[in-house]
Design a protein around this ligand. Sequence first.
Ligand code: COA
Length: 187
Amino acid sequence: MTEKPAAPIRDGPVAIRPADSADKSRIRAWRNKPHVRQNMYTDHKIKKAEHENWLEAAQCDPTRELWVIQCDGEDIGVVLISEIDPVGKSASWAFYIGEEGLTGRGIGTRVERLVLHRIFDELKFDRLRCEVLEFNQMVIGLHRKFGFRETGRIEARVERDGKMVAAVCLELERGNLPKQPPLETTD
Ligand SMILES: CC(C)(COP(=O)(O)OP(=O)(O)OC[C@H]1O[C@@H](n2cnc3c(N)ncnc32)[C@H](O)[C@@H]1OP(=O)(O)O)[C@@H](O)C(=O)NCCC(=O)NCCS
């Protein structure tokens, strides 16, 4: 079984740290922001009880890791690593920056480097997958830059604004990892 993460990982001003119970209300607030909800599989406003059940289940589930994104020491978003399979050496992931004013500044790019470090260097997995709604081309482009390739589509995955929207399935294999400068782990 994969050990739950204990230590934060940093790349310059951006870090991910393991989430804990004290993060409960801020995670729900971020997840309910319109710019986050519209890009997720479910876009309803998540109520307190639903969120608490989900968080409790996530925290004791060995196939999931929940991390909080920090920038300059401030908590700003979430990374969820799921479907952790130590035998098949693969996992899936998703992320969001809950503070809307902080998107589009390169933080997500750093977070992706940190997640690849967790998956391929720390856990020594061979494969990382994700699914992105097809209109979220910015995120699809970001993943492609890191070597993710499209492996399929799930047609009509969600209904959004009265239209059916497909999800694009992406996978990064160890052999396609881009050459990257090392993480900036010190000041
Ligand atoms: C996905 C997310 C975490 C990315 O983080 P971010 O800090 O905004 O990403 P970055 O600033 O590193 O930008 C990544 C790339 O997208 C581009 N980009 C960012 N915002 C953009 C925008 N509004 N329009 C077009 N391109 C944009 C950047 O230019 C960059 O591309 P480049 O490397 O070619 O310059 C963040 O945007 C977010 O939380 N979005 C809402 C939730 C979501 O969509 N999650 C993903 C689904 S799992």
